[in-house]
Write a protein that binds this ligand. Structure first.
Ligand code: 5GP
Ligand code: MN
Length: 329
């Protein structure tokens, strides 16, 4: 059993007598939130046709359109919120469900499957494995492999690809690779999924990436790389927040750095903060201090103040962790 593993979900048991299922993931859904939700959705549609299943996610970026079922995702809650069973996927707390938290509150029973270290287990049943690469990997584990349809395999593979940075981050385990291989055996086009949903960028996405790289600065003896995009720059290039996905990862590829900090302005004096680390700093602790969360090597939060206030505050916490590390040497 892996470290931090909570009780595995018995899906067939959970679905006994259930007529309506709602599935949702975190706000500003990423590849893993989308992949895990759609992976489960297609499995239920194929194997439990008597169950009415619905997926709720905020607006899905265009790059994910090649994944089957994206068009069926409901972007806003309506009147129908009282599902027999609610699956909360890739979401560390109820707040991160945004408007879809109502589904969790009103459902007869709730099940959470997640890999965020900050998840305290808020559902009736919780399957939380912080060591797992992705929620998609965990969803694979609760499904019967021979019953997984092609569409689920595509979605789950995509989720794993995104949260592992294409099998590159340290969260990629031998189990992750095995699961990816088993999904590939369903006949999916792994290369197409990787290129179209992960690497391909629009011209404007690449332009704003260029801007972020051009204006990045090194701090703390080159241990930290930092960049920020203001609202007026986003307007100039005609981009939205989801077009900025991946920038922090490219900043992090600057050799010699330990932490990458990327901010973008959501409102005047309010910034969405993305943090990545290489080997030493636990950025989930830094993000949690400022009301956010995430993983040891990838985390985020929202902060108020000027760009300089935000950077100074975060840098203090990173400096503290690096100092402690040095004093242990
Ligand atoms: P990103 O930097 O890509 O937005 O997020 C990195 C990781 O941190 C993801 O796992 C994401 O779910 C988590 N994360 C980002 N922002 C927040 C936040 O404001 N609150 C919490 N709890 N987690 C966040
Ligand atoms: Mn995830």
């Amino acid at each position: 059993m892996r470290k931090g593993m909570s009780a595995m979900i018995n899906l067939a048991e959970e679905l006994k007598g259930v007529r309506t299922v709602a599935i949702a993931g975190h706000v500003r859904p990423d590849g893993d939130a989308i992949g895990s939700c759609l992976g489960l959705y297609h499995y239920l549609k194929k194997n439990y046709p008597e169950i009415e299943a619905k997926v709720y996610l905020e607006q899905i970026p265009d790059a994910y359109r090649i994944i089957a079922g994206v068009d069926e995702v409901i972007c806003q809650t309506g009147a129908e919120t009282e599902a027999d069973l609610f699956f909360c996927l890739d979401c560390a707390d109820e707040k991160r469900l945004g408007d879809f938290a109502v589904l969790c509150k009103k459902a007869r029973r709730t099940v959470c499957i997640d890999h965020h270290i900050s998840n305290g287990g808020f559902a009736d049943e919780n399957y939380i494995v912080p060591d797992a690469s992705s929620t998609s990997e965990l969803v694979f584990g609760v499904l019967e492999e021979e019953k997984i349809p092609y569409e689920s395999a595509e979605a789950l593979y995509m989720g794993i690809v995104h949260d592992t940075g294409v099998f590159r981050h340290s969260c990629t385990s031998p189990e992750t690779m095995e699961i990816a291989a088993r999904l590939m055996k369903k006949g999916i086009d792994g290369s197409k999924i990787i290129n179209r949903t992960y690497y391909d960028k629009t011209y404007h996405q690449n332009q704003i990436l260029g801007r972020a790289l051009l204006e990045s600065i090194l701090l703390m003896d080159k241990k930290i790389i930092f960049s920020a995009i203001r609202q007026k720059e986003m307007d100039f290039y005609g981009v939205t927040p989801s077009d900025l996905d991946g920038i922090v990862q490219i900043l992090m590829s600057t050799s010699g750095t330990e932490v990458a900090i990327f901010l973008y302005e959501t409102e005047p004096q309010t910034f969405k903060v993305s943090l990545r680390s290489r080997e030493i700093v636990d950025v989930s602790v830094v993000a949690a201090y400022f009301g956010g969360g995430g993983h040891v090597r990838a985390a985020g939060c929202t902060m108020q103040g000027s760009i300089y206030d935000v950077v100074n505050n975060i840098t203090l916490h990173i400096e503290e962790q690096l100092r402690q590390e040095n004093s242990c040497d």
